[in-house]
Each structure stands twice: as C-alpha cells, then as structure tokens.
Ligand binder design. Structure first.
Ligand code: SF4
Length: 257
C-alpha cells in the first residue's frame, strides 16, 4: 500500500488497482484531478454525512464501509512516518449519547458510546498515545479503558472533548494516574454552565494540573452571543483552564463589528 500522489509519480501517474479517497468535511473541494486506477473508493465523513428531512444521516455509499477485520487491524503507521514517530493514534470507544445539534458523531457512530478496541490494537509500546474517542467516559467500560491507559505508562493526549459533565471523583482519580500530556474538555452550550463549572473546579482541585494541559473547547458562532462567548473564555481562564475557540461553520462566518 502507498500514497497516491500524481505529482510524485509523474504525470500521467502509473495505473493503480484501487485508490481510496477520503475527506473530513463536506465543504472541502473534491479531489479535482484524474485518478488513474481500476477502482476508486470515496468515503469518510466529508462524503458520507448528508442532510435528509432536516436531519443528518450517514450514508453507506456503495457499501464501502470497512469490514470488522480492517477496522481492528493494527494501523499502517508507515503511511504517516513523521506524525506517527513514537506516537500511536486510535479509538478505544466510539459513539456518543448526547446528540448535540452541531456534531456529526451521533449520525456517524450512533447515540450510544461503546467500547471499540483494546489499546493493544493500535499501540505497541510507543511513547505517546493520541486518543480520538468522542466521549470516552460515557462508555460503560470506562474503568477498563482508563486502566489500560494507566498500565501503558505512555504519554496520553485526550485530543477530543472528554465529557466534563460526566466526570466523577473516581474517574478523576484514575485519569490522574495516566501520564496525561493534554486533556480536552468542552463548554459548547452556554446553558450547561451550572453542570460544567463545578465539575471543572473539582477536576482542577483533585489533579492540581497546570492550565497548559487543561484545554477547553469553546464553540462559537452556533447559538451564543458574543457576550456569552467572552464570558466562557474569561471564566475558563479564571478557573485555570486554557480556552480553545472553535468556530462553527467557519467558511460562512459573518464578521462582527
Ligand atoms: S458531547 Fe461531544 S461528541 Fe457528543 S454529540 Fe456533543 S459534541 Fe458530539
């Protein structure tokens, strides 16, 4: 298996048996060039999530879902040599019960968090682990997952939002024993203020971690006012967290004067 890059192969590129094309966002332009292959398979969120009757749905176009065997195969990290130098990437759980209006996870992976893999499926002693789970601590096997991460002794980056609303002292205690490089939470819906703030305070007190590894995503341009955006940013800073602003529908955002 190798990257299909016509500019590297020269033009016209040599014929390939099969070329897989993927993209994350539906608004990014499609690959414009001719693909010299017997078969081209397009998939990923950018191709498969569509609106139907005002609701997002995940279309399994051309029956091109990966099989169970491929989903669970050890990743071919040689495709990304720089990014994966001593770093493993993967999901231990999938899905999320929340169903936030601005998020694809429910349509793509389902409205329930389930355990998707043991760590050993994508990690073989690398120094760093980047987790991509959308709502890890909503998974009923959260204890097993956190224990595997503790036992790994690797530096872990919880790169997606860990659901702070579901945080408990027990979960915090286990996370504290993981060599955490960075943990990301989210305060997307302003109205969750009273659920989120006490949990953020509890997590900060119990871990004593520095804000450099405590990031909180802050969704803007969805349903909040600029005053609510600023309030979230200043409040998070006061609590000792690092606010990270995420702009919804960035390509159509209107400048506010
Ligand atoms: S909690 Fe996070 S993963 Fe779950 S639906 Fe909301 S934004 Fe998506």
């Amino acid at each position: 298996m190798e990257w299909y890059i016509p500019a590297v192969h020269g033009f016209p590129s040599p014929p390939m048996d099969k070329v897989y094309v993927s993209k994350v966002f539906s608004f990014t332009p499609d690959y414009w060039n001719f693909i010299n292959a017997k078969e081209v398979v397009k998939s990923g969120s950018g191709y498969c999530i569509r609106m139907e009757d005002g609701k997002e749905c995940y279309q399994k176009e051309n029956d091109n879902q990966l099989t169970y065997k491929i989903e669970h195969i050890y990743p071919d990290y040689s495709l990304y040599p720089e990014l994966t130098k001593d770093t493993a990437y993967g999901f231990m759980s999938r899905g999320c019960p929340r169903g936030c209006d601005f998020c694809h996870v429910g349509a793509k992976e389902g409205r329930k968090t389930y355990k998707a893999a043991d760590l050993s499926e994508f990690w073989k002693g690398q120094k760093n682990i980047v987790l991509l789970d959308p709502n890890l601590i909503a998974c009923k096997e959260w204890k097993d997952i956190l224990q595997q991460l503790i036992d790994s002794g690797a530096w872990v980056d919880f790169s997606q939002g860990v659901d702070i609303r579901l945080m408990t002292e027990e979960k915090t205690g286990m996370i504290k024993h993981i060599r955490t490089k960075n943990i990301h939470f989210a305060w997307d819906r302003y109205e969750d203020r009273n659920d989120i703030l006490p949990k953020l305070k509890m997590f900060k007190e119990l871990t004593g971690w520095d804000k450099r590894k405590l990031t909180v995503y802050v969704l803007v341009n969805f349903d909040t006012t600029i005053e609510q955006d600023l309030e979230r940013i200043y409040t998070l800073r006061e609590l000792g967290y690092w606010p990270y602003v995420m702009i919804y529908d960035k390509q159509h955002v209107k400048k506010r004067g």
